[in-house]
Design a protein around this ligand. Structure first.
Ligand SMILES: [Cu+2]
Length: 333
C-alpha cells in the first residue's frame, strides 16, 4: 500500500478536480491545481493508511474497507454548454460468502453491496446510465427531488438499459434502490446505495466515510438472519477502522435494513453531532444514539480525544450480535 500522505493526496486531488469540473484544463494548470488542493488537504485532514486485504479466500467480489471511503464522482462532460456529471451502474448477481458457513446470492450494483456511493454537488445535472444484466427486472429509484418520469419505478428487463437524468437536489444524504415488487426482496438482496449531494459551499475538511446498514434474509422467511455494515457481517469487528485521534470524522450513515422497522446506531466512548438527512450545515443535536427507520440517513460528526479501540453498533443488540458490529481503532496523530 502507498503511505497515508500519498494515498490521501491522490484521493483529494481526484475528488477536487472532478468536483470543480476542471477535467479539461491543460497539463500546467492541472498540475498547479493539484499542488494547491494537496497542500490544503494535507494541512487539514489526515487519513491513516488502510490495509485492504485480499478477499479471495472468502470469494467475495468487494471489500468493505474499500467501500468505506470510496466516493463515485462519475465523469464530468460538457454537452451543448451544459455540464453533466455522468455515472454508470450495472445490476447483476453474485454469490457472497457472508461468513465461513453461509453464502448468499446477492442482487447487486457494480458487483458490490451496497452499490456505489454516488456524489454530486447541489444544482449539477446528473445522468445515471443503468444497465441490467441480472436475470430479474430491476430499476433505480432515487430519493431527492426530481420529475416523475425520472422516479425509477418502471421495470428495466434483463439485458436492457435506461438513463435517469435530473438535477441533484436538495443537498443532503440521499439514497437509491431498486423499486420493483416485492421491494423488500429486491432491497434485501442488495440493490441499494447512497447518493450524497454536497452543499454549494463545501463542508469543512474531514476524514469522510460511508456506512450502509443492511440485513440478509437467508431463508426467505421475511426476517433477517444476518446484518452488516457495508455488505459483510462483522467485517469491521474483525478489521477495525483506523482513524486518528482529534481528527474530525464525518460519517454518512444509512439504514437499509428491511423487515426490522427501525435500527439505531451507537458509538462507544464518545458523542456525535447529528445533521439530520444532511440537510443542514449546523448540527441538529448531539447524542450517542440515533434511531433510523428504513431509508433514514444522517451525517454524524465526531472526533476521538483518546486512543484505543471503540465499538460501534445498533443498540438493538440482537442486530449487533448477528453482524452489525464494528470497531474504530483510534491512533495517535
Ligand atoms: Cu430489483
Amino acid at each position: 500500500m502507498s503511505n497515508p500522505v500519498n494515498s490521501h493526496f491522490k484521493s483529494w486531488s481526484r475528488r477536487q478536480l472532478l468536483e470543480y469540473g476542471i477535467v479539461g484544463l491543460g497539463m500546467a494548470g492541472t498540475a498547479m491545481l493539484l499542488r494547491n488542493f494537496a497542500s490544503k488537504a494535507m494541512s487539514t485532514v489526515k487519513v491513516p493508511d488502510v490495509e485492504i486485504e485480499d478477499n479471495s479466500s472468502l470469494n467475495n467480489p468487494f471489500n468493505p474497507m474499500a467501500i468505506l471511503r470510496d466516493f463515485d464522482y462519475g465523469k464530468v462532460k460538457q454537452e451543448n454548454g451544459i455540464k453533466i456529471r455522468e455515472f454508470k451502474v450495472t445490476a447483476n448477481n453474485s454469490l457472497l460468502q457472508l461468513n465461513s458457513a453461509i453464502s448468499f446470492i446477492s442482487w447487486n450494483l457494480n458487483n458490490r453491496v451496497p452499490g456505489p456511493t454516488f456524489r454530486a454537488k447541489e444544482g449539477e445535472q446528473i445522468r445515471i446510465i443503468f444497465n441490467n444484466e441480472d436475470g430479474h427486472s430491476h430499476s433505480l429509484h432515487f430519493h431527492g427531488i426530481h420529475p416523475a418520469e425520472m422516479d425509477g419505478v418502471k421495470p428495466i428487463r434483463h439485458g436492457k438499459s435506461t438513463i435517469y437524468e435530473f438535477e441533484a437536489k436538495p443537498y443532503g444524504v440521499h439514497l437509491y434502490h431498486c423499486h420493483i415488487a416485492p421491494v423488500t426482496r429486491h432491497i434485501s438482496k442488495g440493490l441499494y446505495g447512497m447518493f450524497i449531494v454536497d452543499p454549494p459551499q463545501p463542508r469543512p475538511p474531514a476524514d469522510e466515510m460511508v456506512m450502509v446498514m443492511g440485513g440478509y434474509d437467508i431463508n426467505n422467511d421475511r426476517h433477517n438472519q444476518l446484518y452488516a455494515f457495508n455488505g459483510l457481517p462483522n467485517y469491521y469487528r474483525d478489521h477495525p477502522i483506523s482513524i486518528y485521534k482529534n481528527q474530525l470524522i464525518r460519517l454518512y450513515i444509512l439504514n437499509m435494513i428491511e423487515f426490522d422497522p427501525v435500527a439505531t446506531f451507537h458509538i462507544h466512548g464518545n458523542m456525535f453531532k447529528v445533521y439530520r438527512t444532511g440537510r443542514s450545515l449546523t448540527p441538529d443535536e448531539e447524542t450517542d444514539m440515533i434511531t433510523m427507520g428504513t431509508a433514514e440517513r444522517h451525517i454524524l460528526e465526531f472526533s476521538y480525544p483518546y486512543t484505543g479501540q471503540y465499538l460501534f453498533h445498533p443498540h438493538q443488540d440482537l442486530i449487533a450480535e448477528y453482524g452489525c458490529l464494528g470497531k474504530f481503532k483510534v491512533l495517535d496523530s
